[in-house]
Design a protein around this ligand. Sequence first.
Ligand code: IPM
Ligand code: MG
Length: 401
Amino acid sequence: MVDKQAIQKATAHFGTVLQQQLERVERLTQAQPWLDFTKVKPIVIGVLGGDGIGPTITNEAQRVLERLLRSEVQAGKVQFRVIEGLTIENRAALLQAIPDRVKEEIAQCHVTLKGPTHTPEQGDSWPNIESANVAMRKEFDLFANVRPVRMPQEGIDWIFFRENTEDLYAVGSQGVNVTPDLAIDFRVITTPGTLRIVEAAFDHAKRTGRSKVTVVTKANIVKTTDGKFLNLAREVAARYPGIELDSWYVDIMAANLINPLRRKEFQVLVLPNLYGDILTDEAAQIQGGVGTAGSANIGKRHAMFEAIHGTAPRMVTQGRAQYADPSSVLRAGAMLLEHIGYTALGQRLHRALDICGQYERKVVMTGRDTGATSQQFGDYLMDAVSDASLDRRWEAATQAH
Ligand code: IPM
Ligand code: MG
């Protein structure tokens, strides 16, 4: 017997979800201007340590950024502000993805550097509250998750534009167990949400002289939502003459990334949220591990910079937190510098990371006591960013490969 009551209940819930999403679409169509960092003084950088290995690695990134921005801080152009309280203990106690007080403090910063935060899942020891990352992306409408992966010696120079507020993430905590045997989640793809991420990818391609944008979907199977994403990408592409649009399905794209004959041809990639989540971990692993990759969560009024990985709870329980690699948050820090207008400093930090992490490797991290600590790597990097001959070292290193 079909449970009519269960259907009615689920339908009512679906109605609420639709209502919320249509209201959201309404908000998205009211375009907001971009924050102009040349007019902001001081630029306030919030620092959130997070959980697990978060405080250790974020601390290193903060140290390096403070060094690079020392004279800007002294001149009153930039200010650092540490924000406490975005911890799983606090979030669980308050049953809030982001505690209200923390949210207010974030709102007073122009950008934030954030350590990984624990994401509860069904059946673990924490209440099943929404992920702090996802909440932050939604709350501050950080729609573009930009993730570069670079291996100059392999000819790899990818930049992923992952849509960051929609897809299965938009209402990921609002699925329904219709009956004990039937669970349904909702996938959301909107016109304004898709247009702005695809445009961001094409604008980036245009600005940086790239000739191709690759869109990744599964539009042959997920026809309505992915079909919409792909069609809108085609529409946007038509407005950018000289930049080719290339389209792949996500399964073969996962294979392409590890195909040495094919992977060099990818430049800018644009994808819905979940495919972006998955493929960027794969891409980061190709570069040397998720610990080496940073990410920018960009919105028009706020931007948040973080590692692409989680809190590594095993490293903490095994007493190895001090050996966590800070490269990911440092990469995020380099993107932060570029975002707020300090492009040359950002470039310096990227180069120092290339040298210390991929080429010279004088201080090597293994994640355990067989290698360096986070702080030792931070010191090594600090020396490299302050070295007057950094550019020469970088050129020599990349040419030798
Ligand atoms: C990421 C992470 C997050 C995500 C988690 C921690 C919620 O995997 O930033 O890629 O799924 O987006
Ligand atoms: Mg991820």
